[in-house]
Write a protein that binds this ligand. Structure first.
Ligand code: AMP
Length: 433
């Protein structure tokens, strides 16, 4: 065993002083070893210190704050039906609705053996159901900033007993212009509290936020921001802009990809790509900031359940999405910011699994590619576009032929679903520009 392997093995969740109920939930989720951010953050949060943590989605940061917070709230757990016995004790703020939902799902999973209540509130949907949950009382509230203020303004929500505040993906909250909302929320909270700030990057703005609202925080840093760039297999195909749709379908088919998350730069190009793929008969869904919340949730559920083969997303919509075992990310368009490239490819190859990121780069995007290479400090190999298997011979029933012989033997069971994509049609006549 190497020294680092020995160190890893030495640390288990049992070593982290977590309660029996929390350990049981974690074990049932299949977590055996705490991730580096969990090893570092859990003892510090349990000791009551404020925390300034640099960690991206995929590092296990949610459990890093949620497990010790649950443990600290556990003494207040009770089964009383009185709302007064269930004041909000922990508030978690997240930049996007999807991230808020995801964090809340994790809180629910981690607290399944504790009589603690939690809920999530976010914009884009009616207030009524959320108000009812808040009126009943919850110990843990996960929220996006705007909607939280709406509820606070309506007096459906009291925040004067909040002991713990988590700012999740604080850098993205600032990028999205939430600073004024954050300040208003912070003014509603007791001064005496424990504050945990998680951010993928530490900009000057984040440092200022921490100076103003955290008390003598400990700094924890787990992964350099280009870690994903080092572990994910990255492939570049040079493609003319007009040929990108065919190239995308070729890549999916030739690699036998069961599913992929496909990025565009703008909402308009996401919608356009969605329409073009639909016309090609692909099971596709699109998420971006202008989509109704219910559509975003339906799209994400469809993708998680495998009904949706290609999920087209913009950077902000995809930020923080946790989709287990996402095998591949495809950059249909490179982002303007190299940091977004790293965030995008960080969606694949989670928790040590190998990931694949494919970029379709047009001549107009050469400069963006150079920017990415500078940022991740390595040059990316350009590969020729793979060509999919030729279509099966007409004399054999198509289904039998597609799933037989050498092709079938080469494919993992999951990859067989890729063959459920409709046959490649070149340049359909539906007029898609
Ligand atoms: P997060 O960075 O919080 O979004 O977590 C990324 C993924 O890792 C989620 O699917 C978690 O359920 C999973 N995860 C978190 N901690 C562990 C762990 N210690 N062992 C295995 N998986 C984990």
């Amino acid at each position: 065993m190497t020294e680092s392997a020995a160190l890893e093995a030495a640390s288990s969740f049992e070593d982290l002083d977590l309660s029996r109920e929390i350990l049981q939930a974690v074990t049932e989720l299949g977590y055996t070893t705490p991730t580096p951010i969990q090893k570092q953050a859990i003892p510090l949060v349990l000791s009551g210190r404020d925390l300034l943590a640099q960690a991206q989605t995929g590092t296990g940061k949610t459990a890093a704050f949620a497990l010790p917070l649950l443990q600290r709230i556990q003494p207040h757990a009770n089964t009383s039906t009185s709302p007064a016995r269930h004041p909000v004790r922990a508030l978690v703020l997240a930049p996007t609705r999807e991230l808020a939902i995801q964090v809340h799902d994790s809180v629910v999973a981690y607290s399944r053996y504790l009589p603690l209540r939690s809920t999530v509130v976010y914009g884009g949907v009616g207030m009524d159901t959320q108000e009812a949950a808040l009126r009943n009382g919850v110990e843990i509230l996960v929220a996006t900033p705007g909607r939280l203020l709406d509820h606070a303004g309506n007096k459906t929500l009291q925040l004067n007993q909040v002991q713990f505040l988590v700012l999740d993906e604080a850098d993205r909250m600032l990028d999205m212009g939430f600073l004024p909302d954050l300040k208003r929320i912070l003014a509603l909270l007791p001064k005496q509290r424990q504050t945990l700030l998680f951010s993928a990057t530490f900009s000057d703005e984040i440092t200022r936020l921490a100076q103003n609202y955290l008390s003598n925080p400990l700094k924890v840093e787990v992964a350099r921001r280009n870690t994903a760039a080092e572990t994910v297999e990255q492939v570049v195909h040079k493609v003319r802009e007009d040929d990108k749709l065919d190239a995308l379908l070729d890549v999916v088919r030739a690699r036998g990809l069961p599913q992929a998350l496909v990025f565009t730069r703008t909402k308009i190009s996401a919608d356009k790509l969605g329409r073009r793929l639909q016309r090609r008969g692909v099971d596709v869904a699109v998420i971006h900031g202008d989509k109704a919340q219910v559509d975003r949730i339906t799209a994400l559920d469809g993708f998680k359940q495998g009904r949706v083969k290609l999920l087209v997303a913009t950077d902000i919509a995809a930020r923080g999405l946790d989709i287990a075992e996402l095998p591949c990310v495809i950059n249909f368009e490179l982002p303007y910011s190299p940091e977004d490239y790293v965030h995008r490819i960080g969606r694949t190859g989670r928790a040590g699994a190998s990931g694949l990121a494919i970029s379709l780069v047009s001549p107009e995007e050469e400069k963006l590619l150079a920017g990415v290479e500078r940022f991740i400090n390595r040059s990316l190999t350009v590969s020729p576009l793979p060509r999919p298997e030729p279509p099966p011979r007409a004399s054999v029933p198509q289904e039998a032929q597609t799933l037989s012989g050498p092709v079938r033997q080469r494919l993992a069971p999951r990859q067989v679903c890729a063959l459920l994509l409709p046959p490649v049609q070149r340049k359909d006549s539906a007029g898609e520009s």
